[in-house]
Unconditional design. Structure first.
Length: 105
């Protein structure tokens, strides 16, 4: 029994040591590229606004830039409006999506 327990503890320690650490460069944000607003929107918005942003459960966004400014779009992303909850996308990602959507005219 002791031998089995010792083997289990030793094996777990080796496994955790092999998985631990990681690449320190992965956490370095210096020189990071700006978020891709289109990619984020295609991941986060299409469920409600449609694959081409033509509208579905949510309103069409394919020409939202002709109706709203970038700051108005960002406000809606952050705080929500109507049936849309705020905060689905946050921070720099929200800013990138607002900037990209503002070009949709």
């Amino acid at each position: 029994m002791k031998k089995a327990m010792l083997t289990l503890v030793f094996g777990s320690a080796i496994f955790l040591a092999a998985c631990g650490g990681g690449n320190k460069e992965a956490t370095n944000n210096e020189g990071a590229t700006a978020p891709d607003g289109e990619a984020i929107a295609m991941k986060s918005c299409v469920t409600c606004h449609g694959g081409e942003l033509q509208g579905a459960n949510g309103p069409a966004l394919n020409d939202v830039g002709s109706r709203l400014s970038e700051s108005e779009i960002l406000d809606i992303i952050n705080n929500g409006k109507g049936g849309m909850p705020g905060g689905i996308v946050k921070g720099a990602d929200a800013e990138a999506v607002a900037k990209w959507l503002a070009t949709k005219k």
